[in-house]
Design a protein around this ligand. Sequence first.
Ligand code: TYD
Ligand code: MG
Length: 459
Amino acid sequence: MTRNQKTIYECSECGAQSPKWLGRCNACMAWSSLSEVVQRPGAGGSRSTRRDSGDQVLELDAVDDSAELRGSTGIGEFDRVLGGGLVAGSVVLIGGDPGIGKSTLVMQAMLAMASAGRRVLYVTGEESASQVASRARRLGGVGGGKGARLLATTELEAAEAALAASPYDAVVIDSIQTLRAQGLESSPGSVAQLREVSSRLIDVAKQRDTAMLLIGHVTKDGGLAGPKVLEHLVDVVLSFEGDATHCHRLLRGQKNRFGPTQEVGIFEMVSEGLREVADPAEVFVAERSEQAAGSVVVPSAEGSRPLLVEVQALVAPAQFGSPRRVVSGLDSSRLAVLLAVLARKADVPILDYDVFAAVAGGARVEEPAIDLALCAAIVSALRERALEAGLSCFGEVGLTGELRSVPRAGARLAELRKLGFKQVVLPKAAAARLTAKEREGLELIAVERLEQALEHLLP
Ligand code: TYD
Ligand code: MG
């Protein structure tokens, strides 16, 4: 460490800095989130001090915004989630589980852009050049993506040199966690490295008007690995994830400085790479016709964005002793309550059965908004009949068998509509508050009680 470097500690959650290590961040109260960063004058950490004061106050409507140039990624669903294409000089962070298809998605975009005559560079730190090239060949066919360039490196300086040597319209960094800046002792993927690497890449993007696609890893609980500040630094944050039935891939906006974040791009992974799914009805609805009894897809809005999850139930006559109740991803006492309500208030003879209930795909849902779907899955399993294709439901079930309203009904409906659902059974109180726009394109069946809901769901 040279003399003009100084060590500070930075919170990976909120980016607050502290001169000494603390067990808990004073700013956001997160535990064990502080780690060491080395700050050098002129490095990314001190960007604000570097600016010269050429800044001036302007008339807002006199500012020229024609510079916001958008180019197509060549993938319609990708463009839509970006808000209508890739903006020149913008920085897009794409997160997702390993193996979900991030590299495939950006490679297909690179190949399409190269074919359209745009200058593209793919920087890989994860895979060797030959691995990337063989995937590109498979995805693009012979001659596909001619003109695309490739750099295999884990050194940030090598990537910077390549970017300085010739101009590019778009550059992929796969992944941001594998790049390492010289002069920082911490290992690649650490908070200090991520901060330095991303802020230097962002500088290049802005100076050279190059669009940057940064691939990021996610942690076990689904958040983007690395400092939260990274999400603040970039222009767009997208997540690439599997859907409730695992057959498809969803690309969602989490943050977008150039467009709305409610868009969802839908893909299917096939042997030729990612195929765009233009008609969302294909996703859940087409599959549901062959789907088994005991499964209900429900919009959960527990996290920041509504997400469809599949609730499953299996029932079997109890063999001896008291019936078993086994849950996974659900609250077991909630299941006990709902079984009692089903038996006493909706005349469903369920108490002598073993009941197994789960959220498919290892997700965990605690919110009562999925009560109705769980009841429907249990009754569907009991009667050995599947729900109609394109039908979903949500709502909290009260102890007297009444259906109670749940928050964010409009957002839940939007998610169902996007993925091709046609009919939704929901609490009357929730339906009453919807705007005309929120109801659009869906047949809403508003009911007050659990037994009425079940009549509509499983007539
Ligand atoms: P990949 O893009 O490497 O995932 P990530 O970069 O997110 O880790 O893709 C991973 C999976 O996709 C891999 O298990 C194989 C599958 N796949 C296909 O089914 N077809 C294809 O054409 C490609 C390229 C990948
Ligand atoms: Mg990859």
